[in-house]
Design a protein around this ligand. Structure first.
Ligand code: NDP
Ligand code: 2IT
Length: 451
């Protein structure tokens, strides 16, 4: 065990040396490697330095970086940078979203792509891991500007993707509107109706029912499974939810369906606390229809809601928490606050929203903690179901997709739970998810030779 720990530590140091100035990628790799020592001790074939499995797993199969020039409505030309990191295809075509946000750089895309490998393995649906995006900021841009950006982005990206090669979808800043523009340009350039090249498409042109809802619904279902193990349920619990995008909105929706009371939402400017519980119809109107800010929700909601622009959303007392905005949004101090407020469970709707220190504190305090790789896998799982429907040229009912999603979330919970037990860390869903995802990818890589 000590030998494998030393080897993992040396590997981590070497990965950081070879990938400088990529803190999010280092963080994601470190968190996975830290949990693998027991599996290396039990299965020495994974640790054999002559096979270099971890070295291969942490090096993307392909990294594409490209120029994206586009014209704004006044005719001025802007240049953004586009990325697609095709990380691992041992289990299937590269699969993962595109993020449009000014903070996107190669390190962010690599952290997301690395996480995606294990998340996608956990779904059991035959998808590899990849991620992409751009430092383009869609906020404040007109539909026409977003369309021209997406067309320029796809003019390069199209040569790298395909239904059997690499299948992008949405992430921060990329929703149904952007997927529509991207799909249109792909179809035009390639002259192919290749529905399975992108997921998150619209209803009526290849999109799956429940894909918009899937990540948020899945994150709540994962929390429900964690609570069930402890003899509890979400019914009657209050919840703090961060973000107000795709994941947050449908987290709130599912919480309400299951009898819980989500009290909050947020954006990068501030958060809202609504003592009566979030009015989802109003929030959807503000965010999905008007593309506005959560402060506008508070203004229109009346006296039950207040807007806070200079505080921490995690200060709001609640029974369960759903970080659903972005990476490292819940830190050690926030974890201490949640613990002292009696939090029962935290389910990561976002990717890596909880800092390593915060994860440690929550787990030590006995809080049920669902890591993003497991808890937010419902989105990519329904993306894989969209690919299946596209391949068969059929569309399943919403009821069928929702049943499939519930079954997948139950099985991800079960495999993470059982794997943690098997390796002597009961209740540790971080270790369970990392090890279970790793075993599936590692076995496929070993079987497929030195690739
Ligand atoms: P959206 O773009 O729909 O919403 C993002 C939300 O997070 C907005 O409220 C946004 O506020 C806020 N946010 C983004 N960046 C920051 C930041 N740097 N600081 C504070 N707030 C921020 O994205 P999604 O809901 O799709 O994604 C949210 C998270 O869920 C991401 O971590 C994503 O990777 C993850 N995820 C998404 C999946 C999906 O299917 N969409 C699947 C699995 C995980 P503002 O508008 O002010 O920027
Ligand atoms: O982080 C994620 O899992 C996503 N953004 C969804 C990816 C997908 O291919 O549906």
């Amino acid at each position: 065990m000590k030998d494998s720990k030393d080897r993992l530590e040396a590997l981590r140091a070497e990965i950081e040396r070879r990938n400088p100035a990529q803190p999010e990628f280092h963080q994601a790799v470190r968190e996975v490697l830290e949990t693998l020592a027991p599996v290396f001790a039990a299965r020495p074939e994974y640790a054999d330095p002559a096979v270099a499995l971890v070295e291969r797993l942490t090096e993307p199969e392909r990294q594409i970086v490209f120029r994206v020039p586009w014209q704004d409505d006044r005719g001025r030309v802007h240049v953004n940078r586009g990325y697609r990191v095709e990380f691992n295809s041992a289990l299937g075509p590269y699969k993962g979203g595109l993020r449009f946000h000014p903070s996107v750089d190669i390190g962010v895309v690599k952290f997301l792509g690395f996480e995606q490998i294990f998340k996608n393995a956990l779904t059991g649906l035959g998808i590899g891991g990849g991620k992409g995006g751009s430092d383009f900021d869609p906020r404040g841009r007109s539909d026409a500007e977003v369309m021209r950006f997406c067309q320029s982005f796809m003019t390069e990206l199209h040569r790298h993707i395909g239904e059997h090669t690499d299948v992008p979808a949405g992430d921060i800043g990329v929703g149904g509107r952007e997927i529509g523009y991207l799909f249109g340009q792909y179809r035009r350039i390639t002259n192919r109706w290749e529905a399975g090249v992108l997921t998150g498409k619209g209803a009526g042109w290849g999109g799956s029912a429940i894909r918009p809802q899937a990540t948020g619904y899945g994150s709540v279902l994962f929390a429900a499974e964690m609570l069930k193990v402890r003899g509890e349920s979400l019914d009657g619990l209050s919840a703090v939810v961060s973000g107000s995008g795709n994941v947050a909105l449908y987290t709130i929706e599912k919480l309400q369906q299951l009898g819980a009371n989500p009290l909050t939402c947020s954006d990068s400017h501030g958060y809202v606390v609504d003592d009566k519980g979030i009015d989802l119809a109003l929030l959807k109107q503000v965010k999905e229809v008007e593309r506005g800010r959560v402060s506008e929700y508070a203004q229109r909601r009346g006296s039950s809601a207040r807007y806070v622009s200079d505080g921490r959303i995690w200060d709001v007392p609640a029974d369960v928490a759903f970080p659903s905005a972005t990476q490292n949004e819940l830190d050690g101090q926030d974890a201490r606050t949640l613990i002292s407020n009696g939090i029962k469970a935290v389910s990561e709707g976002a990717n890596m929203p909880t800092t390593p220190q915060a994860v440690r504190l929550l787990q030590e305090a006995g809080v049920a903690f669902g890591p993003g790789k497991a808890a937010n896998a419902g989105g990519v799982a329904v993306s894989a179901l969209e690919m299946s429907q596209n391949a068969a040229r059929i569309a399943w009912s919403a009821q069928r997709v929702e049943e499939e999603l519930a079954g997948i979330m139950r099985s991800i919970h079960a495999v993470a739970y059982e794997t943690a037990e098997r390796y002597g860390t009961p209740g540790d869903y971080v270790a369970g998810a990392n090890i279970a995802g790793f075993e599936r990818v590692a076995d496929a890589m070993l079987a497929q030779g030195v690739i």
